[in-house]
Design a protein around this ligand. Structure first.
Ligand code: SF4
Length: 369
């Protein structure tokens, strides 16, 4: 296991789950804690000056008692893409300085939902009962899709499930290069492995414990060869001095590594954050200059750069991408119809518009077969 796990908290009700036993077998050196000790640890964590450091080495095996599939929590003020989230757990052993999860979880441990029997039956029910044409489902909203996969082995099982599905695709979103177990599965084009990428400088300084860009791209090449669809997310784009050359170089590297025809979509989002993140990150890492750029309050209450500046950044990136891949399906994350029109010349006036735009990338691999 690349990420060290020192403690495993096991909820009573999942002691006998097969995945619990499997994970504990893979972590022989970790301290296994039951109910009483967990309560003591929770109290200790509340007193800790940086609970994140401790939390990222603490794994809780627990049961998801709610629905496993949920709509992505978008925001009514901007255009959303109709993605659905398959909730496999929460928290992340990597430690990006800009990570929004730092604000959302007050007990920042890693959690894996080990009741995977319920997960697959919920997923099956959802795909049968929901009348929507095709489903784009992603596992990486509150966690990284692959960071804990060496322990859970879940991604390969999900890829198998989706490889047989005729009305859904799975997006596996990661900053790791842990794709090798997936190479045992033929995805039939229904699984997209999406790599979040950033400039080399941001990756090195800000994406602590994440795989270097070169390793993510090498993993993308291996996955492409096996028939996986590939996606890239430039999110957050952080316009520090020299950002133009830095992002251009990553864009060029992408297209020398992966064939444009294998790429389902490329998303972009300029750094935005709930205001509390700035203070939390400063307390953990010291002052981070890019959080003090000219941010203003956006319609969704998040701090955003002025719209004209965002448009210029997107235009620059889009131009660089189009030079290498004219037809690339590029989308903007949480932007307004105005920004869409200015940057891409597309009328994207509603969530439905964006949903169809992205669904068209997976249709040939679902109903088309
Ligand atoms: S990889 Fe994603 S989830 Fe993990 S710390 Fe970085 S931004 Fe957060």
């Amino acid at each position: 296991m690349k990420f060290p796990i020192e403690q495993v908290w096991v909820d009573d009700e999942v002691r006998d789950e097969p995945l619990t036993r499997e994970i504990l077998r893979k972590l022989p050196a970790a301290r296994i804690l039951g109910k009483n000790e967990i309560e003591d640890q929770c109290r200790a964590m509340e007193m800790d000056r940086d609970p994140f450091n401790r939390g990222k080495r603490t794994l809780r095996l627990t049961k998801n008692k709610g629905a496993f599939v949920k709509p992505c929590p978008g925001t009514p003020e901007y255009i959303c893409c109709g993605l659905e989230i398959l909730n496999i757990g929460q928290g992340c052993p990597m430690d990006c300085r800009y990570c929004a999860l730092q604000v959302y979880f007050n007990r920042p441990i890693l959690e894996v939902f080990v009741n995977t029997g319920d997960l697959f039956s919920d997923l099956e029910r959802h795909l049968i009962n929901d009348p929507r044409g095709v489903h784009r489902i992603c596992t990486g909203e509150f966690t990284d899709s692959l960071a804990l996969d060496p322990l859970t082995g879940l991604a390969g099982k999900l890829a198998e499930f989706f490889s047989r599905s005729t009305n859904a695709s799975l997006e596996i979103k990661t900053k790791t290069d842990f794709v090798d177990p997936l190479l045992e599965v033929d995805p039939h084009g229904r699984v997209v492995i999406a790599f979040s990428v950033n400039s080399r400088e941001i990756t090195r300084k800000d994406e602590i414990r994440a795989a270097p860009v070169a390793k993510r791209l090498a993993a993308a090449a291996r996955a492409e060869k096996r028939g996986y669809r590939i996606a890239f997310h430039f999110d957050p784009i952080i316009p520090v001095p020299g950002w133009e050359e830095a992002y251009s170089s990553v864009i060029n590297e992408i297209f020398t590594t992966v064939d444009p025809s294998s790429i389902s979509w490329i998303s972009m989002g300029v750094l935005r954050f709930v205001p509390a993140l700035k203070e939390i990150a400063a307390a953990r890492f010291g002052r981070i200059p890019y959080f003090h750029d000219g941010f203003i309050r956006g319609l969704d209450g998040k701090s955003r750069l002025h719209v004209d500046r965002r448009i210029n950044i997107y235009k620059y990136m889009i131009d660089k991408i189009r030079r290498r891949a004219r037809e690339a399906r590029i989308y903007l994350c949480m932007e307004s119809p105005h920004v869409w029109r200015e940057c891409l010349g597309i009328s994207m006036d509603s969530d439905d518009d964006l949903t169809s735009y992205l669904d068209s990338a997976i249709l040939p691999y679902t109903y088309g077969l």
